[in-house]
Design a protein around this ligand. Structure first.
Ligand SMILES: Cc1cc2nc3c(=O)[nH]c(=O)nc-3n(C[C@H](O)[C@H](O)[C@H](O)COP(=O)(O)O)c2cc1C
Length: 169
C-alpha cells in the first residue's frame, strides 16, 4: 500500500549520499551533494549553497580537493559541516593535517584515505538553492588498504557506513 507524500518528505526518502570533505584553498567543507558526472575525462560535481564561505572561495580559486573520509573521522566531518571558515581555521579546529597536492594549489587532507585533485571547469546554476561546481580530476591519491564500501554516508541528519555487497557482476 502506497500513499502520496510531500516533495520535501519525498526528497528525504532518497538513499544516503556519500559525504566528502572538499578543500578549497585552505578551507574545508563537508559536502553530501557530490557525484561523478563524467568518466573520461573524470569529472566530479559538488553542490554548494551560495551562503557558504566555500562558495565564495570556489568563485575565486581555480581548483579544489575532494577528500573521502573514513568513518573514524565522523566527528571531524561534522565540525567541517557545522562551523564556517569565515570564523575558524578548520584544520586547527579539527586537528586534521594539510597534505601537499601534486598539481592543484588547494591543500588536501592527510587523514582521508582518498584524495582527488580537481581543476574547476564549470559552474552550473539552477533556480534553486545550490550551485554545482564541476571539477576535472587531475590526480588521485589512495591508501593501499582503503575499502570504499566502508565509506561514510550522510542524509537526513544520519551518518552511516555504506552497505553490504549483495551481488557481483
Ligand atoms: C554531512 C554534511 C553534509 C553537507 N553537505 C552540504 C552540501 O552538499 N552542500 C552545501 O552547500 N552544504 C553542505 N553542508 C553544510 C556545510 O558543510 C556547512 O554549512 C559548513 O559549515 C560550511 O562551511 P564554510 O562556510 O566554511 O564553507 C553539509 C553539512 C554536513 C554536516
Amino acid at each position: 500500500m502506497k500513499k502520496e507524500i510531500g516533495l520535501k518528505e519525498g526528497r528525504l526518502e532518497f538513499p544516503a549520499f556519500p559525504v566528502v570533505l572538499v578543500t578549497v584553498g585552505e578551507n574545508i567543507i563537508a559536502i553530501g551533494l557530490v557525484h561523478v558526472l563524467s568518466f573520461t575525462p573524470l569529472k566530479i560535481g559538488i553542490g554548494v549553497h551560495p551562503r557558504r564561505y566555500s562558495h565564495k572561495l570556489l568563485e575565486e580559486i581555480k581548483d579544489f580537493g575532494v577528500n573521502i573520509p573514513k568513518k573514524e573521522l565522523v566527528e571531524k566531518v561534522n565540525i567541517c559541516g557545522t562551523v564556517s571558515g569565515r570564523d575558524v581555521d578548520k584544520f586547527k579546529e579539527t586537528g586534521l593535517t594539510k597534505m601537499k597536492p601534486k598539481i592543484i594549489k588547494s591543500v588536501l587532507i592527510e587523514e582521508c584515505p582518498v584524495n582527488l585533485e580537481c581543476n574547476k571547469v564549470e559552474k552550473l546554476s539552477f533556480e534553486s538553492s545550490h550551485d554545482w561546481f564541476v571539477g576535472e580530476v587531475v590526480a588521485v591519491h589512495k591508501e593501499e588498504d582503503y575499502d570504499r564500501e566502508k565509506a561514510l554516508s550522510y542524509w537526513n541528519k544520519e551518518y552511516r557506513v555504506m552497505g553490504d555487497l549483495v551481488m557481483k557482476r
